[in-house]
Design a protein around this ligand. Structure first.
Ligand code: PEP
Ligand code: MN
Length: 337
């Protein structure tokens, strides 16, 4: 962190500030004295320092971070890719995963049928919402605990690990047998939920909020990791922009950016990222080309009758075709699925 001192400040005041900074923030200071301006470089662990606190000092012109405020997820401190094991399936580095299934779990028969078909096509994990974050309180809210039971039945029938979203801390006990807990876009900054998930040892699929920056996504990962759970998978699922042709704008550039600055696996959701069924295939391909470690895709036995997100859900035959493209692209990237 760099502190730029205002012009022509008396040396004594600068010395007082240096003393305050070293004592209060436990950093050492490297000073550069120019003709009119002095610059202080703070050396040490500056992640917990609020720059505004220093900037509010009367002799300070400005404060700049030279290091990112995220530590645990930062590639600088962990150069190798993190590989997360989910029931023997690995994600990260050279290992790619395809998570597929309906937006919502609608019945036991539905989720088992979808699980069998996506598995046969080559998907490696099953998704399905039991607790659904819906814009309208009058829309289908999910089968809740019953939905998780059906997912577990589908896991029994197919062996596919299950991924499902948690919306409230109060439901955490219901997720004991869930393999990957999803934190949805709307909860990316539910800090109490993130803290609690930091104390469980399950892999967490953390989705980017609809209006959140990449750095904010990493700071949310930091909340989970700071609690001791380093099994975080980041998910780009589109952000809200002025564009209306697509439900969200899928930020493919977030993938190489995240892979460059963080060691965590990155998954892309082309279903929510576009909201348009025919865009799922090209965007999945683009995501893999950009370096993603996995994709999460909505597939439904009867999209026209889906209780949520039918318009972006592939039917099971379409999923078969999209899987062929995914397999080709994963192979082209030299990864294994
Ligand atoms: C979902 O995965 O069904 C979902 C609600 O996703 P998001 O949080 O990205 O909107
Ligand atoms: Mn959905």
């Amino acid at each position: 962190m760099i502190v730029i001192i205002k012009q022509n400040v008396a040396d004594e005041k600068i010395e007082n500030l240096k003393e305050h900074l070293t004592q209060y923030f436990h950093v050492s200071i490297s000073e550069v004295k120019g003709e009119h301006t002095t610059i202080l470089g703070l050396i040490g662990d500056t992640a917990a320092i609020n720059p505004d606190l220093i900037a509010s000092n009367e002799i300070v012109e400005s404060v700049k971070r030279v290091q990112e405020p995220f530590k645990s997820s930062n590639r600088k401190f962990h150069p190798d890719d993190t590989v997360i094991d989910i029931c023997g399936r690995k994600i990260g580095a050279k290992d790619f995963q395809v998570i597929a299934g309906p937006c919502s779990v609608e019945s036991e028969e539905q989720i088992i049928e979808v699980a069998q078909r996506v598995k046969a096509a080559g998907a490696t994990m099953l998704r399905g919402g039991a607790f659904k974050p819906r814009t309208s309180p009058y829309s289908f809210q999910g089968l809740r605990a019953e939905g998780i039971e059906y997912l577990l039945e589908a896991k029994k029938a197919t062996g596919l690990p299950i991924v499902t979203e948690i919306m409230s801390l109060a439901h955490l006990d219901l997720f004991q047998d869930v393999d990957v807990i999803q934190v949805g876009a709307r909860n990316m900054q539910n800090f109490e939920l993130l803290k609690a998930l930091g104390h469980c040892n399950k892999p967490i699929l953390l989705k980017r909020g609809l209006a959140n920056t990449i750095e904010e996504l990493l700071m949310s990962a930091e909340y989970i990791m700071a609690g001791g759970n380093s099994n975080v998978i980041l998910c780009e699922r589109g952000i809200r922009t002025f564009e209306t042709m697509t439900r969200n704008t899928l930020d493919i550039s977030a993938v190489p950016v995240l892979k460059r600055i963080s060691h965590l696996p990155v998954v892309v959701d082309p279903s929510h990222g576009t909201g348009v069924v025919w865009l799922v295939e090209p965007m999945a391909k683009a995501a893999i080309a950009a370096g993603a470690d996995g994709v999460i895709i909505e597939a439904h036995n009867n999209p026209a009758k889906a209780l949520s997100d039918g318009a972006q859900s592939l039917n099971l035959d379409q999923f078969d075709d999209v899987m062929k493209t995914i397999k080709r692209q994963v192979e082209f990237e030299g990864k294994s699925l």
